[in-house]
Design a protein around this ligand. Structure first.
Ligand code: ZN
Ligand code: ZN
Ligand code: ZN
Ligand code: ZN
Ligand code: ZN
Length: 123
């Protein structure tokens, strides 16, 4: 991506927005000086996670496997998808609208609609 790498020096496990890496929406790398790293983004493909999920990393982290496998009907009504696939952008295979799950509103929302979430700024 060509941008300067963000790295952090956390001693508390990189699991809150105090971590520079999480704040930047990145996983930790070997360049980080963090201790006992528990950055939840290490386990996900950051490109595939919405800004909302990163802002709500605490909620995201605590999702159970069951919740991740639960089906959510897309607002267009074309299909249902499991939450796991809605953490990042998901394009409806029928109408090609793009959605992600909003942790701020606890529902699937269309991307690029005029919602302007005062919390995460991405939903
Ligand atoms: Zn950190
Ligand atoms: Zn880091
Ligand atoms: Zn870390
Ligand atoms: Zn949000
Ligand atoms: Zn659709």
């Amino acid at each position: 991506m060509g941008k300067e790498e963000t790295c952090c020096q956390c001693t508390t496990g990189c699991d809150t927005l105090h971590c520079a890496c999480i704040k930047a929406g990145r996983s930790c790398t070997q360049a980080c000086g963090c201790v006992a790293c528990d950055n939840p983004l290490n386990k996900v493909h950051v490109d595939q996670v919405s800004g909302c999920a990163i802002y709500n990393i605490e909620k995201y982290k605590h999702l159970s496997k069951q919740e991740l496998e639960a089906c959510h009907l897309l607002p267009c009504g074309c299909e249902s998808q499991i939450l796991r696939n809605l953490i990042g952008s998901y394009q409806c295979s029928q109408c090609e609208k793009i959605y992600h799950y909003s942790f701020c509103f606890n529902e699937v929302i269309e991307e690029g609609s005029n919602w302007n979430c005062e919390f995460c700024g991405s939903c």
